[in-house]
Design a protein around this ligand. Sequence first.
Ligand code: N2P
Length: 374
Amino acid sequence: MKKALYPFLLILLIALLATACASEAATPEAESEEPPAEEAPPEEAGEKVLNFYNWSEYIEPEIFALFEEETGIKVVEDTFGSNEDLLAKLQGGATGYDVIVPSDYMVATMVELGMLAEIDHSKLENFANLDPSFTDPPYDPGLAHCVPYFWGTTGIGFNWNDWEEAPSSWEYLFNPENATEFEGRISLLDDMREVLGAALISLGYSPNSTNEAELQEAKEVVLAIKPYVAAFDSDTYEDNLVTGDVALVLGWSGDVFTAQVEDENIDYVIPEEGAVKWTDNLCITADAAADPQRLEMAYQWIDFLNRPEIAGMNTNFVWYASPNAAAEEFIDPEILGYEAVYPPEEVFTKLQFLENVGEATELYSRIWTEISTE
Ligand code: N2P
């Protein structure tokens, strides 16, 4: 080998190593507070990449490989822990994400802000698989912008070792007398709308209240148990339930069930006063829609996720209910029969969506900051 080639080869080797490390950091399982996708690793010439911004632990990882095998498109996943984090990231200038997963009320906010593309249903072969009760939601009439991905509820996760009867009232979580017993072992979601929403419901108010006095009361409810709270955490509480580091949580249904798969003493209850239900949605960003190639890949990804067998496989992994009716035959009967995943009518009627509260969002943020700093 000629000496003159050495510097060139060295540079090539460094470049290859850098690319390998960078794509390692962007593997689907990697949960990261990494820079936004516009700073994603350089793509190899001709490589097709779709940037997916999803809730943490919210997809069966095998689906990435199946999609890539079939389409040649590599999905790079980055994760977030709350709708507010997602919004802040996009408002902070992240333009690289193609498909994102906001919940109901955040879809409405993002539509208002012009952040989402309109969806052409005729581009989605599997659109017809959706359960009709999901096709005209109040937050996105006629599903003009997004396609429902999963739905679930926000309730109380607990361990039967600590209870004779299920803690089926918000009292068990929010009454400081009960909370003292769980000092340092309570975990609440790191999510202002969910935490204040649950506190508001426990007081008999709407989780969408914009009344300052009611919100102040809700703040006091949360502050009263804060001394016993181990963490405000939306990403690792299910693992902490399994290790026993936390024992009483405000959590999302499927996350608690994935903990139950590890330890059958862990369980989930929707409190009798009612709770929040939510639908998370696959939406194409306005940025992606401006580029025909990105737009096409986004449709392919959303359609793939809506194939009955893929949607079924996804629910079997994450334990969240699927809005995809055709997926049912691929869902584990144990999950389908589980009332806490698919609540019966009398429970369902007590569930409420969080809504876009408009200008009151600032009030929520202020109160949330006061809770975290007090
Ligand atoms: C899964 C997160 C569920 C999202 N880890 C709740 N909207």
